[in-house]
Design a binder for this molecule. Structure first.
Ligand code: ADP
Ligand code: MG
Length: 751
């Protein structure tokens, strides 16, 4: 029976693990030398790759034909090195290493590898992830999934140390990269990564570099010889650095002896204290990133339940000390930092992949789009339950988040500046899809191609983001009168389960995708930082990505988010009869409506119908979500809360009630529930209760559509008082009044 494995494809070391079918626990598969980790180093001898300790020592001795740390160049298409006339990209080298890891593991297991989960830094952009997939394919490996290293580590840790509601900060300092990820342990083994950040250029090697600087200084003091000016001595010193660093992890001092050209044997001593002083700025950078991750998650240092150390560089005592000073608690150390990632990947390899999640975006007051964590169920702060061991790996599940926001280059409203229009915010659960609809103006006898520059990053300035891809949507049919009204193109953007970006497009409401071409991203993209140059002078630049000549009017994706307060709600009251003897100081009826809530209070009145309403256009896209609580309405004869969006109507008393769609009951509800109503595409009505679709109907309308929240009593006298509450209101509206402004979200589709 073939085996599923987990592979930690590290910058400096790699490891392979599987779940032992007997013990049902994850285990490292030792390599052919009996070691649990394999250096990510290759030496080419007469064109043949050699791995393991042989390659490692050759590399340390600066022998020719050695390559290492190629992972740092993953996703770059340029040649990483040329050995004996053969050029290799980072992907080629990774493929060779993966094939070696696979063959070693198969030999050890005496079995074939069926498929693998491979880990990558959380911070890897889409092209790096793609390159990892391609390298695996070239190595003859079937990839089940790519997961983020910190998540893998938490899975391995969580198996034996589950604490419901705990926030675990994973601090992964490897050889070349640093990643911090905040993950939450949910109910029943549900692990969710909340926020993640990384620094591509921070790792053990930077500490090695500092040792090198110190050694060069010390040898110069000792011998009067500048060792760095001679390439051979320089390489020799370089070769010593990592060993010295590791020695300082366990000893207070390290004595370094070397034969210096034109001098002879010389010795110098480095103390742990001076090493730590000379690397303080590096460790501070890790701390700043931890802070950034917490800020993004809106948590304080105290909210971190535990800090999990991953990566070989966390063996430096200064790391644990730093964490202790920062968080006031010791980090978790009983997980082997070299093995945790591969073990977690092995657990994931026994699992099915997650399904797509819904996009939930919140627009901040400054217009910035962030993940709406509340609606993705990630914001609950709850009491941490006691530590336990999960009874089986089957209980563990993982929901990962995107490290980078995905956006596109768009043109601002004034038509003079390029900006990053974020489609999927950073730290959004994945896999996730989002689709946007917009108007595209076709021309007869023209190519009618649509260019999309994808961005990864948070900044509004496209130049501060990574541009991983340029896509060109082709095959768009010219529509008569296209010049004037254009055609609708729906573009779907997704982050798949591997964190890889995909773009699809459809014309109008067609069920088939338009062909998409991937072009090279131009090497000079500085124009995105400059004012927009209009192709047709004298004309206001059309909204959208007006990029490239010959292409008519391109993309824009804009929508207006509204808050309760910037909509003009109309108050209506229709109180027919006030019974006498009202001994209340309060007004008979009042409604308090503010940003987040509507409260209804009715006092000793009868035959009333009072509330707030708002009218939208039939072709506006509108969505409202809120929490309803009508349990406080006084029984007998009671009142009814009435809620309406066009043909959706709800009538609720203290026991709940019914929701109707065009007069037909689609769901019965209790007094407390979550309600979502939407009207899109000029007549698509949908109603959801507690997150579940209760009903949908298409009914185009000509006139205005009313959105109402009201409280009604019939002709009875209401005893004392009645209350009802609608809270946590969130609304979105995309106005379609003018054609230039109709870019809006639309339904996603399966790939
Ligand atoms: P990666 O994930 O980038 O492949 P690893 O997690 O394997 O990296 O960590 C490798 C790094 O850990 C190297 O820079 C190595 O020097 C460092 N390292 C390993 N052991 C120790 C130690 N005992 N003390 C200090 N640094 C160490
Ligand atoms: Mg690692």
């Amino acid at each position: 029976m073939a085996v599923s494995v987990g592979i930690d494809l590290g910058t400096t070391f790699s490891a392979v693990a599987y779940v032992d079918p007997q013990t049902k626990t994850p285990k490292i598969i030792p390599n052919s030398e009996g070691n649990k980790i394999t250096p990510s180093i290759i030496q080419f001898i007469n064109g043949k790759p050699v791995f393991g300790s042989e390659a490692e020592s050759a590399f340390a001795a600066s022998e020719p034909g050695c390559v290492a740390t190629f992972k740092r160049n993953m996703g770059k298409t340029d040649v990483y090195c040329t050995i004996d006339g053969t050029p290799y990209t980072a992907e080629d080298l990774s493929a060779l290493l993966l094939r070696h890891l696979k063959e070693d593991a198969e030999a050890e297991l005496g079995d074939k590898i069926k498929d693998a989960v491979i880990t990558v830094p959380a911070y890897f952009y889409s092209p790096e992830r793609e390159a990892t997939l391609k390298a695996a394919a070239a190595a003859g490996l079937k990839v089940k999934k790519i997961i983020d290293e910190p998540n893998a580590a938490t899975m391995a840790y969580g198996l034996n140390n589950w604490r419901e509601n705990a926030n675990i900060l994973v601090y992964d300092l490897g050889g070349g990269t640093f990643d911090v990820t905040l993950t939450r342990m949910g109910k029943d083994g549900e692990l969710t990564s909340i926020t993640t950040r990384g620094d591509y250029y921070l790792g053990g090697r930077d500490w090695d570099d500092r040792i090198e600087i110190i050694l060069i200084e010390k040898f110069a003091d000792e011998t009067g010889i500048e060792t760095s000016s001679n390439p051979i001595t320089k390489a020799m010193i370089r070769g010593l650095t990592e060993g010295v660093k590791k020695q300082l992890s366990t000893m207070e001092t390290a004595k370094v002896t070397a034969t210096i050209l034109d001098y002879g044997v010389a010795s110098v001593v480095i103390t742990k204290k001076e090493f730590e002083e000379r690397t303080k700025d590096l460790i501070d950078r890790t701390g700043a990133l931890c802070q950034a991750v917490l800020e993004e998650a809106e948590l304080s240092l105290r909210d971190v339940t535990d800090v999990l150390l991953v990566g070989g560089s966390t063996r430096m005592p200064q790391v644990s000390q730093y964490i202790f000073n920062m968080f006031g608690k010791k980090p978790i150390t009983h997980v082997n930092p070299d093995e945790a990632v591969a073990l977690g990947a092995a657990i994931q390899a026994t699992k099915e992949n997650e399904s797509y999640t819904k996009l939930s975006v919140q627009v901040m007051s400054d217009g910035k789009k962030v993940t709406d964590r509340a609606s993705s169920g990630l914001s609950t702060r709850a009491v941490i339950k006691p530590l336990k061991k999960l009874s089986s790996i089957g209980l563990l599940s993982l929901r990962e988040t995107t490290a980078h926001a995905m956006g596109i280059v768009a043109i601002n409203d004034e038509g003079n500046r390029y900006y990053n229009e974020i489609i999927i915010p950073a730290n959004h659960p994945r896999p996730v899809r989002a689709a946007k609809r917009f108007r595209f103006y076709t021309l007869p006898k023209s190519k009618n191609e649509l260019e999309i520059y994808v961005l990864q990053g948070d900044s509004m300035n496209p130049l501060d983001c990574v541009i991983p891809y340029k896509y060109v949507v082709t095959g768009i049919q010219h529509v008569n009168k296209g010049e004037k009204i254009g055609t609708v193109i729906r573009v779907q953007y997704s982050y798949d389960e591997n964190g890889i970006i995909h773009i699809q497009a459809r014309q109008g409401y067609a069920e088939v995708d338009l062909p998409i071409r991937k072009d090279d991203v131009p090497s000079n993209i500085s124009r995105f930082g400059q004012p927009v140059v209009n192709d047709q002078p004298g004309q206001k630049p059309s909204l959208g990505l007006q990029l490239g000549r010959g292409v008519s009017h391109n993309v824009v994706h804009k929508y207006k988010a509204i808050t309760f307060s910037n909509v003009e709600w109309k108050k209506y009251d229709n109180i027919a009869f006030h019974p006498s003897g009202a001994a209340f100081n309060e007004p008979s009826v009042h409604i308090i409506a503010n940003e987040k809530a509507i409260e209804f209070h009715g006092y000793n009145v009868s035959a009333m119908d009072e509330g707030v309403s708002y009218t939208i256009n039939a072709d506006d896209n509108f969505e409202i979500e809120c929490d309803i609580n009508t349990s406080t309405i006084q029984p007998h004869p009671g009142g009814n809360v009435k809620i309406t969006l066009g043909i959706i109507t709800a009538s609720l008393n203290e026991n709940g009630g019914q929701i109707r769609l065009d007069g037909e009951t689609v769901v019965k509800v209790g007094p407390k529930f979550k309600l979502k109503m939407s009207l899109t595409e000029g007549g698509h009505y949908k109603v959801y209760t507690n997150g579940k679709l209760a009903g949908s109907k298409v009914k185009p309308s000509m006139g205005g559509i009313d959105v109402c929240f009201g409280l009604a009593h019939d002709e009875h006298c209401c005893h004392i008082l009645s209350h009802a509450y609608i809270s946590n209101i969130s609304m979105k509206q995309r106005m379609n009044q003018n054609m230039e402004d109709d870019s809006s979200e639309t339904e996603t589709w399966e790939s």
